[in-house]
Design a protein around this ligand. Structure first.
Ligand SMILES: [Mn+2]
Length: 269
C-alpha cells in the first residue's frame, strides 16, 4: 500500500515554551467573496509572533474550473488565484512558519480533471514541497525540555469531505478523524465553521500495565468568504471569519512525589 499521507517532524522550541498553531484553510482565493484584508491581518499576526506557525489545510484557492459548481465570471481564473495565493503566503514560507500544506476538494478538481494539483505547484513555488500532502498530514511537534525530557504533540490535519450543514454533523465529521488514528489534536476544515471541543478517552497501556486517560482536542477552521454566491443560493449560514489558534503548552505537575512536565492544549476560535 502506498500512502500519500505525510509524516512531518519539527523541533519547535527549547525550554517548553508555548507554541501557537493557526489553522488556515478555505481562503477560496479568487472567489469574488474572498476577504483578502482579513487573511492579510491573520498572516501578519503569525509573522509578528516567534512561536506562531500555520497549518494550511486546503481550499486555499477557489479554483473555479469551468465544469465546477463555483464557476462564475466574477472571480479570478485558477492561475491568477494561484499567483495571488503564492504572493500572500510567501513571507510565511520564507520564515519557516508553514508546517503542513494539504490539498482540499477545490484544488482536487484540477487533480481529477487533468492530474495537476495546484497545491503541489504552490508548495513547490513556496519551497515547502516536503510539507505537502495530497491527502492528510501527521505532525510530530517537539518541545525540548531539560535532561532530554522532550514533549511531543501529535497533530492530524485533513481538509475534510462531504456534507454536514447542521452544527452537529460538522462536529461528527471531525470526531470521525479519531477513528483513523490516535493523536493529541485533530484539524479539519471544509465545513466553514470555526469550532473546537475536547474529549478524554482511556488507553489500555499493556507496556506499562496501566489504564491511563488521554485528552484529544478537535478543531475546525473558518472560511475567508464574505456572504454571497453559492452559499447564498443554497441559503447556507454566513461563516464567522475567526481563525482557530491552537495552543500547545506544558505544565509542571507533582505525581507520586515527583515533579514532571505534562502537555496540554487549548484552542481559541
Ligand atoms: Mn472544501
Amino acid at each position: 500500500m502506498t500512502w500519500a499521507m505525510k509524516t512531518l517532524t519539527y523541533n519547535l522550541t527549547k525550554k517548553n515554551e508555548e507554541v501557537l498553531l493557526y489553522l488556515i484553510a478555505d481562503c477560496h482565493i479568487g472567489s469574488e467573496h474572498f476577504n483578502e484584508p482579513k487573511l492579510r491581518e491573520v498572516l501578519d499576526e503569525i509573522m509578528e509572533q516567534p512561536n506562531a506557525y500555520a497549518i494550511l489545510n486546503g481550499d486555499l484557492i477557489d479554483n473555479a474550473t469551468k465544469s465546477s459548481v463555483s464557476f462564475d465570471y466574477d472571480g479570478l481564473t485558477p492561475s491568477a488565484s494561484l499567483g495571488l495565493c503564492l504572493q500572500l503566503f510567501k513571507p510565511l514560507a520564507d520564515a519557516g512558519k508553514i508546517l503542513a500544506i494539504n490539498t482540499g476538494n477545490h484544488e482536487n478538481r484540477s487533480k481529477k480533471d487533468v492530474d495537476l494539483d495546484p497545491t503541489a505547484i504552490l508548495a513547490q513555488a513556496l519551497g515547502i514541497e516536503k510539507a505537502y500532502s495530497r491527502t492528510m498530514s501527521v505532525l510530530f511537534l517537539t518541545m525540548e525540555g531539560k535532561k532530554n525530557h522532550n514533549i511531543v504533540f501529535s497533530v492530524m490535519a485533513y481538509h475534510g469531505n462531504g456534507g454536514g450543514v447542521r452544527i452537529g454533523s460538522k462536529a461528527n465529521k471531525v470526531e470521525d478523524m479519531a477513528k483513523v488514528m490516535a493523536c493529541d489534536v485533530y484539524c479539519m476544515s471544509h465545513v466553514h465553521t470555526p469550532m473546537t471541543f475536547k474529549e478524554d478517552y482511556l488507553i489500555a497501556d499493556g507496556t506499562h500495565g496501566v489504564v491511563r486517560p488521554a485528552t484529544r482536542q478537535f478543531v475546525i477552521s473558518n472560511s475567508f468568504l464574505n456572504y454571497g454566491g453559492y452559499s447564498e443560493e443554497k441559503a447556507y449560514t454566513p461563516t464567522t471569519i475567526s481563525v482557530p489558534k491552537i495552543h500547545l503548552c506544558t505544565r509542571r505537575i507533582r505525581k507520586n512525589g515527583l515533579d514532571r512536565i505534562e502537555k496540554y492544549t487549548f484552542c481559541e476560535v
